[in-house]
Unconditional design. Structure first.
Length: 293
Protein backbone atom coordinates (compact mmCIF):
# COMPACT_ATOMS: atom_id res chain seq x y z
CA UNK A 1 0.00 0.00 0.00
CA UNK A 2 1.02 3.62 -0.34
CA UNK A 3 3.47 4.88 2.25
CA UNK A 4 1.09 7.67 3.23
CA UNK A 5 -1.32 5.00 4.49
CA UNK A 6 -0.46 2.68 7.39
CA UNK A 7 -0.84 -1.10 7.16
CA UNK A 8 -4.28 -2.64 7.48
CA UNK A 9 -5.87 -4.49 10.36
CA UNK A 10 -6.78 -7.69 8.57
CA UNK A 11 -9.65 -7.14 6.18
CA UNK A 12 -12.84 -7.86 8.12
CA UNK A 13 -15.96 -6.42 6.56
CA UNK A 14 -18.74 -5.48 8.96
CA UNK A 15 -21.62 -6.85 6.93
CA UNK A 16 -23.80 -7.54 9.97
CA UNK A 17 -23.43 -4.07 11.49
CA UNK A 18 -26.44 -2.40 9.95
CA UNK A 19 -27.96 0.87 11.11
CA UNK A 20 -31.39 2.45 10.56
CA UNK A 21 -31.93 4.24 7.25
CA UNK A 22 -32.84 7.83 8.07
CA UNK A 23 -31.87 9.97 5.04
CA UNK A 24 -30.91 12.94 7.18
CA UNK A 25 -27.61 13.52 5.39
CA UNK A 26 -27.33 17.22 4.56
CA UNK A 27 -24.65 16.99 1.89
CA UNK A 28 -24.98 18.89 -1.36
CA UNK A 29 -25.15 16.31 -4.15
CA UNK A 30 -24.77 17.37 -7.74
CA UNK A 31 -26.17 15.40 -10.65
CA UNK A 32 -23.71 14.42 -13.37
CA UNK A 33 -24.76 13.18 -16.81
CA UNK A 34 -22.13 10.46 -17.12
CA UNK A 35 -21.03 9.22 -20.52
CA UNK A 36 -17.76 7.97 -21.96
CA UNK A 37 -14.47 9.26 -20.59
CA UNK A 38 -10.83 8.21 -20.65
CA UNK A 39 -10.01 6.63 -17.30
CA UNK A 40 -6.57 5.85 -15.94
CA UNK A 41 -3.16 7.12 -16.96
CA UNK A 42 0.12 6.18 -18.58
CA UNK A 43 1.84 9.05 -16.73
CA UNK A 44 5.54 8.44 -16.15
CA UNK A 45 5.04 9.71 -12.58
CA UNK A 46 2.44 7.05 -11.93
CA UNK A 47 2.63 3.71 -10.16
CA UNK A 48 2.10 0.80 -12.60
CA UNK A 49 1.92 -1.61 -9.66
CA UNK A 50 -1.25 0.21 -8.55
CA UNK A 51 -2.84 -0.55 -11.93
CA UNK A 52 -3.45 3.10 -12.70
CA UNK A 53 -3.31 2.26 -16.38
CA UNK A 54 -3.73 1.63 -19.13
CA UNK A 55 -5.78 4.56 -20.34
CA UNK A 56 -9.12 3.12 -21.43
CA UNK A 57 -12.55 4.36 -22.40
CA UNK A 58 -15.13 3.79 -19.68
CA UNK A 59 -18.85 4.49 -19.75
CA UNK A 60 -20.46 5.92 -16.62
CA UNK A 61 -24.23 6.09 -16.16
CA UNK A 62 -25.79 9.30 -14.79
CA UNK A 63 -25.31 9.61 -11.03
CA UNK A 64 -25.11 12.12 -8.20
CA UNK A 65 -22.11 12.79 -5.99
CA UNK A 66 -21.39 14.99 -3.00
CA UNK A 67 -19.51 18.20 -3.65
CA UNK A 68 -17.73 17.72 -0.29
CA UNK A 69 -16.38 14.93 1.83
CA UNK A 70 -18.56 14.05 4.81
CA UNK A 71 -17.61 16.47 7.58
CA UNK A 72 -17.16 15.88 11.29
CA UNK A 73 -20.46 17.69 11.87
CA UNK A 74 -22.37 15.43 9.47
CA UNK A 75 -20.83 12.28 10.87
CA UNK A 76 -21.70 13.44 14.40
CA UNK A 77 -25.36 13.65 13.37
CA UNK A 78 -25.18 10.05 12.18
CA UNK A 79 -23.61 8.87 15.44
CA UNK A 80 -26.15 10.84 17.50
CA UNK A 81 -29.06 9.33 15.58
CA UNK A 82 -27.84 5.73 15.62
CA UNK A 83 -25.30 5.26 18.43
CA UNK A 84 -22.92 3.82 15.87
CA UNK A 85 -19.40 2.86 17.01
CA UNK A 86 -16.66 2.96 14.43
CA UNK A 87 -14.11 0.23 13.88
CA UNK A 88 -11.46 2.41 15.55
CA UNK A 89 -13.64 2.58 18.67
CA UNK A 90 -14.29 -1.14 18.68
CA UNK A 91 -10.63 -2.00 18.23
CA UNK A 92 -9.64 0.68 20.74
CA UNK A 93 -7.04 2.44 18.58
CA UNK A 94 -6.27 4.01 15.23
CA UNK A 95 -3.23 5.33 13.37
CA UNK A 96 -2.14 8.95 13.95
CA UNK A 97 0.69 10.81 12.23
CA UNK A 98 3.53 10.85 14.76
CA UNK A 99 4.29 14.56 14.59
CA UNK A 100 0.74 15.39 15.68
CA UNK A 101 1.29 13.69 19.05
CA UNK A 102 2.75 15.02 22.31
CA UNK A 103 6.09 13.46 23.15
CA UNK A 104 4.88 11.19 25.93
CA UNK A 105 2.11 9.69 23.80
CA UNK A 106 4.44 9.34 20.83
CA UNK A 107 6.91 7.32 22.91
CA UNK A 108 4.41 4.72 24.08
CA UNK A 109 2.55 4.27 20.78
CA UNK A 110 3.75 1.43 18.53
CA UNK A 111 4.88 2.20 14.98
CA UNK A 112 4.73 0.01 11.86
CA UNK A 113 8.25 -0.83 10.73
CA UNK A 114 7.59 0.02 7.10
CA UNK A 115 5.88 3.38 7.85
CA UNK A 116 7.36 4.62 11.15
CA UNK A 117 5.75 8.06 10.83
CA UNK A 118 2.48 6.42 11.90
CA UNK A 119 1.67 5.59 15.53
CA UNK A 120 -1.03 3.20 16.67
CA UNK A 121 -2.68 5.38 19.32
CA UNK A 122 -5.01 3.93 21.95
CA UNK A 123 -8.20 5.97 22.16
CA UNK A 124 -7.80 7.65 18.75
CA UNK A 125 -10.98 7.71 16.67
CA UNK A 126 -13.03 10.22 14.69
CA UNK A 127 -14.01 12.42 17.69
CA UNK A 128 -10.52 12.36 19.27
CA UNK A 129 -8.40 12.40 16.13
CA UNK A 130 -5.05 12.71 17.93
CA UNK A 131 -6.02 10.41 20.77
CA UNK A 132 -6.92 11.19 24.41
CA UNK A 133 -7.09 14.91 25.13
CA UNK A 134 -7.80 15.93 21.53
CA UNK A 135 -11.17 17.03 20.18
CA UNK A 136 -12.87 18.58 17.15
CA UNK A 137 -12.88 22.19 18.35
CA UNK A 138 -12.45 24.35 15.25
CA UNK A 139 -12.68 21.30 12.96
CA UNK A 140 -16.38 20.55 12.66
CA UNK A 141 -16.26 21.63 9.00
CA UNK A 142 -13.21 19.43 8.30
CA UNK A 143 -13.62 15.97 6.78
CA UNK A 144 -14.27 13.21 9.27
CA UNK A 145 -11.24 10.91 9.53
CA UNK A 146 -10.32 7.61 11.22
CA UNK A 147 -13.12 6.12 9.13
CA UNK A 148 -12.96 2.55 7.83
CA UNK A 149 -14.68 1.32 4.69
CA UNK A 150 -17.14 -0.47 6.98
CA UNK A 151 -17.90 2.81 8.77
CA UNK A 152 -18.38 4.70 5.52
CA UNK A 153 -20.73 2.01 4.24
CA UNK A 154 -22.76 2.09 7.47
CA UNK A 155 -23.12 5.87 7.16
CA UNK A 156 -24.35 5.44 3.59
CA UNK A 157 -27.03 2.98 4.72
CA UNK A 158 -28.30 5.52 7.25
CA UNK A 159 -28.16 8.40 4.80
CA UNK A 160 -29.76 6.59 1.87
CA UNK A 161 -26.57 7.03 -0.13
CA UNK A 162 -23.74 4.81 -1.32
CA UNK A 163 -20.02 5.04 -1.96
CA UNK A 164 -19.01 6.02 -5.49
CA UNK A 165 -17.41 3.47 -7.76
CA UNK A 166 -13.85 4.22 -8.81
CA UNK A 167 -15.04 5.05 -12.31
CA UNK A 168 -17.63 7.49 -10.96
CA UNK A 169 -15.10 9.03 -8.60
CA UNK A 170 -12.52 9.60 -11.32
CA UNK A 171 -15.09 10.90 -13.81
CA UNK A 172 -16.31 13.39 -11.21
CA UNK A 173 -12.82 14.34 -10.02
CA UNK A 174 -11.69 15.13 -13.55
CA UNK A 175 -14.35 17.83 -13.72
CA UNK A 176 -14.75 17.52 -17.48
CA UNK A 177 -11.02 17.62 -18.31
CA UNK A 178 -9.59 14.86 -20.48
CA UNK A 179 -6.49 13.16 -19.08
CA UNK A 180 -5.36 16.17 -17.03
CA UNK A 181 -2.99 15.20 -14.22
CA UNK A 182 -4.92 17.15 -11.57
CA UNK A 183 -8.58 18.19 -11.21
CA UNK A 184 -7.68 21.68 -12.47
CA UNK A 185 -5.06 20.87 -15.15
CA UNK A 186 -1.49 19.61 -15.52
CA UNK A 187 0.38 22.11 -13.33
CA UNK A 188 0.39 21.49 -9.57
CA UNK A 189 0.50 25.16 -8.54
CA UNK A 190 -0.71 27.22 -11.51
CA UNK A 191 0.50 30.79 -11.18
CA UNK A 192 2.02 29.85 -7.84
CA UNK A 193 -1.42 29.16 -6.36
CA UNK A 194 -1.94 26.14 -4.15
CA UNK A 195 -4.99 24.19 -5.23
CA UNK A 196 -4.92 21.30 -2.76
CA UNK A 197 -3.83 20.29 0.74
CA UNK A 198 -0.70 18.15 0.48
CA UNK A 199 2.75 18.08 2.11
CA UNK A 200 5.32 20.76 1.32
CA UNK A 201 8.90 20.53 2.54
CA UNK A 202 10.77 17.33 3.39
CA UNK A 203 8.63 14.34 4.31
CA UNK A 204 8.20 13.24 7.07
CA UNK A 205 10.37 15.62 9.09
CA UNK A 206 9.32 19.12 8.03
CA UNK A 207 6.10 20.48 6.56
CA UNK A 208 6.31 24.14 5.55
CA UNK A 209 2.49 24.27 5.26
CA UNK A 210 2.73 26.65 2.31
CA UNK A 211 -0.77 25.56 1.29
CA UNK A 212 -2.12 26.78 4.64
CA UNK A 213 -2.52 23.48 6.49
CA UNK A 214 -0.47 20.84 8.26
CA UNK A 215 -3.42 18.53 8.91
CA UNK A 216 -6.90 18.46 7.43
CA UNK A 217 -8.48 21.51 5.81
CA UNK A 218 -12.18 22.45 5.72
CA UNK A 219 -14.20 20.39 3.26
CA UNK A 220 -14.71 23.45 1.03
CA UNK A 221 -11.11 24.67 1.06
CA UNK A 222 -9.60 25.77 -2.28
CA UNK A 223 -11.41 26.23 -5.56
CA UNK A 224 -13.74 23.46 -6.78
CA UNK A 225 -13.13 21.61 -10.03
CA UNK A 226 -15.15 22.05 -13.20
CA UNK A 227 -18.06 19.98 -11.83
CA UNK A 228 -18.12 21.82 -8.50
CA UNK A 229 -16.35 19.17 -6.39
CA UNK A 230 -14.04 20.30 -3.61
CA UNK A 231 -10.81 18.67 -2.43
CA UNK A 232 -10.70 15.67 -4.74
CA UNK A 233 -6.92 16.04 -4.54
CA UNK A 234 -5.26 15.91 -1.13
CA UNK A 235 -6.86 16.54 2.26
CA UNK A 236 -8.11 12.98 3.02
CA UNK A 237 -8.19 9.74 1.09
CA UNK A 238 -11.73 8.81 0.01
CA UNK A 239 -13.11 5.27 0.13
CA UNK A 240 -14.74 3.90 -3.02
CA UNK A 241 -17.08 0.95 -3.43
CA UNK A 242 -14.68 -1.19 -5.46
CA UNK A 243 -12.05 -3.65 -4.34
CA UNK A 244 -8.50 -2.38 -4.86
CA UNK A 245 -7.46 -5.83 -6.03
CA UNK A 246 -10.21 -8.18 -7.22
CA UNK A 247 -8.34 -11.10 -5.64
CA UNK A 248 -8.24 -9.61 -2.13
CA UNK A 249 -10.56 -7.94 0.39
CA UNK A 250 -8.85 -4.54 0.33
CA UNK A 251 -11.00 -1.62 -0.81
CA UNK A 252 -9.96 1.20 -3.11
CA UNK A 253 -9.26 4.74 -2.00
CA UNK A 254 -8.80 7.81 -4.18
CA UNK A 255 -7.51 11.37 -4.02
CA UNK A 256 -4.46 11.32 -1.76
CA UNK A 257 -4.17 13.21 1.52
CA UNK A 258 -2.44 16.00 3.39
CA UNK A 259 0.52 13.63 3.89
CA UNK A 260 1.17 13.02 0.18
CA UNK A 261 4.43 14.41 -1.19
CA UNK A 262 6.11 14.16 -4.58
CA UNK A 263 9.15 12.49 -3.05
CA UNK A 264 7.36 9.25 -2.23
CA UNK A 265 3.58 9.35 -2.73
CA UNK A 266 2.34 11.67 -5.45
CA UNK A 267 -1.05 9.99 -5.37
CA UNK A 268 -2.91 13.28 -5.36
CA UNK A 269 -3.10 12.87 -9.14
CA UNK A 270 -6.61 12.16 -10.46
CA UNK A 271 -5.79 8.68 -11.79
CA UNK A 272 -3.86 7.56 -8.70
CA UNK A 273 -5.26 4.89 -6.42
CA UNK A 274 -4.42 2.85 -3.38
CA UNK A 275 -6.27 0.53 -1.04
CA UNK A 276 -6.50 -0.85 2.46
CA UNK A 277 -8.40 -3.40 4.51
CA UNK A 278 -12.09 -2.56 4.99
CA UNK A 279 -11.75 -2.31 8.78
CA UNK A 280 -8.60 -0.13 8.71
CA UNK A 281 -8.55 3.51 9.80
CA UNK A 282 -6.14 6.40 10.13
CA UNK A 283 -6.12 10.15 10.53
CA UNK A 284 -6.00 10.82 6.79
CA UNK A 285 -8.89 8.68 5.49
CA UNK A 286 -12.50 9.80 5.02
CA UNK A 287 -15.16 9.56 2.31
CA UNK A 288 -17.80 11.30 0.21
CA UNK A 289 -21.15 9.83 -0.81
CA UNK A 290 -22.90 9.21 -4.11
CA UNK A 291 -26.39 8.21 -5.24
CA UNK A 292 -28.20 6.70 -8.21
CA UNK A 293 -30.39 8.86 -10.40
Amino acid sequence: MAGCCPPGRGGHEGQARRVPTDRRDSGALIELPGGVFRMGTDDSDGFPEDREGPVREVTVAPFAIDTHCVSNARFAEFVSATGYRTDAERYGWSYVFAKFLPGDLRKISPRPQQTPWWCGVSGAYWATPEGPGSDLEGRWDHPVAHISWNDATAYCVWAGRRLPTEAEWEYAARGGLDQARYPWGDELTPGGQHRCNIWQGRFPVHNTAEDGYTGTAPVDAYEPNGFGLYNVAGNVWEWCADRFDPAHTSRAMRGGSYLCHASYCNRYRVAARTGNDPDSSSGNVGFRVAADL
